[in-house]
Design a protein around this ligand. Structure first.
Ligand SMILES: NC(=O)c1ccc[n+]([C@@H]2O[C@H](COP(=O)([O-])OP(=O)(O)OC[C@H]3O[C@@H](n4cnc5c(N)ncnc54)[C@H](O)[C@@H]3O)[C@@H](O)[C@H]2O)c1
Length: 417
């Protein structure tokens, strides 16, 4: 493979020409991100359109087939090949949480921009190392991004703008829950149930998203976790060959697999609930679980302010519910805003009003914003970098400490370098 002879500064400060992208990881997020990089320049006018140079996986045949199917020019089974590849400007890290730090730091040190999946890391210690590497890289013009994609649902971005524009006034309540139901006793011991690989269970997977959304919409920061519950309902799970890592455990269920002879201990939470306070006085509740039967991907947030309230539920992702408390009381009522109008954030880049968008569009919009930022432009709404995602990581850690030590945990106890 050719060696990159340009200086790191020249590579990263370039603001024109295609943005050479590489992806590590070929399963759930691998597919979502491949869609995003492939479509971003079709829906957005980009100064630096992404060029899908190389995908890194583990199995040679599968990775090669993935590259062909999803539009990558090349593939490798050694992600370290990407570090010295001159065609690659940005590496997209879409692997299990325990690998985020090693991969991201190596890429940043090689002068590549990094777009890493959430949560930033499996542990706060890894997240700190990533922030330090990002700070060093930033001095050379190298950027970091984290795939908190729900910020880019038009309804969530609209909620953020309503708060920013003062339409909710002072915020009293944040009520967020992210409920899924795929993690019952039949789901095998995927990497997502192994603490050394995942860091945590529903907590880092789902609470991470709603903490980020709450911080993004309110523009405020959590100062304290007041109390928390952590529960693992299913203590042992079947070990199934080729169980896959996707959230449904696609490829195998313990009850239907003849290979499920052994079981192993689940070392993560199935559910974490916690209460928190925000700097500007709001009180908040967060709940994440993989065992809320009947709720498949119910990413929910309600925010109540003195002038109005908003509600968002990802299962109806094109809609934002809005209550205007400044109206004459006889006219007050929840309105269901279809966020597909050209005046809504991102929506105008896709289809005409009420022609709905879906899950992948949040990733397409994020890829487009990343390309814009790397080209020296601005994102449509704020993009989380490692520093920003670290704040979410501190809240995750505070909740776990609070649950295990049965005490309030101030964020300042953790947010230290
Ligand atoms: N933004 C979101 O909404 C969202 C949704 C799901 C997952 N995620 C995050 O994305 C990340 C990946 O999750 P996923 O659901 O895609 O998992 P997955 O199990 O479906 O895929 C993980 C991929 O990583 C690859 N991999 C593992 N070790 C590797 C190595 N050493 N070298 C190269 N490839 C390696 C696997 O082969 C697989 O292709 C996690 O951090 C997860 O938290 C984010």
């Amino acid at each position: 493979m050719a060696k990159d002879t340009r200086s790191k500064e020249t590579r990263t400060q370039q603001t024109t020409g295609p943005l050479g992208v590489a992806l590590i990881g070929t399963k759930f997020m691998g597919r979502a991100h491949s869609t995003a990089w492939g479509k971003a320049s079709q829906f957005f006018d980009l100064k630096r359109p992404p060029a899908m140079r190389c995908v890194a996986g583990r199995n040679p045949e599968e990775t090669c087939a993935f590259a062909t199917k999803w539009g990558w020019h090349n593939s490798t089974t050694n992600w370290k090949d990407l570090l010295s590849n001159p065609e690659i400007d940005l590496v997209d890290v879409s692997t299990p949480n325990n690998l985020h730090a090693e991969m991201s730091i190596a890429c940043l040190e090689a002068g590549k921009h990094v777009a890493c999946e959430k949560p930033l890391a499996g542990t706060l210690a890894d997240a700190k190392k990533m922030v330090l590497a990002a700070r060093a890289a930033a001095k050379k013009g190298v950027r970091t991004f984290v795939w908190y994609n729900y910020r880019r649902c038009p309804a969530v971005a609209l909620a953020h703008r309503l708060v920013r524009d003062g339409r909710l006034g002072r915020i009293f309540h944040v009520r967020a829950s992210y409920l899924q139901d795929w993690g019952g006793p039949d789901t095998p011991l995927l990497w997502r149930f192994q603490g050394d690989l995942a860091g945590s269970g529903a907590h880092g997977d789902l609470n991470a998203h709603i903490i980020d959304m709450a911080r993004f919409i309110t523009g405020d920061e959590v100062t304290e976790v007041v109390g928390a519950i952590e529960e693992t309902f299913v203590k042992e799970r079947a070990i199934v060959a080729n169980a896959g890592g996707e959230i449904s455990g696609k490829g195998a269920r313990a009850s239907s697999s003849s290979s499920a002879k052994k079981s192993g201990k689940s070392t993560v939470d199935d559910a974490v609930l916690f209460l928190a306070r925000f700097k500007q006085g709001a009180v908040a509740s967060f709940e994440a679980t993989r065992l809320a039967t009947g709720n498949q991907n119910r990413n929910n947030i309600e925010i109540n302010g003195e002038k109005g309230s908003i509600k968002f539920d990802f299962e109806r992702m094109n809609e934002l519910q809005w209550w205007d408390h400044t109206l004459d009381p006889k006219l007050r009522g929840w309105s269901r805003i279809m966020c597909t109008d050209g005046s809504h954030p991102y929506a105008g880049h896709y289809w005409p009003a009420a022609h709905l968008i879906g899950y992948e569009h949040s990733f397409i919009s994020e890829a487009a914003d990343i390309c814009a930022v790397v080209a020296g432009g601005a994102p449509i709404v704020a993009l989380p970098d490692f520093e920003d995602a670290y704040k979410t990581q501190c809240v995750l850690e505070a909740a776990i400490r609070s649950a295990r030590e049965r005490r309030p945990v101030p964020i300042r106890e953790l947010d230290k370098f």
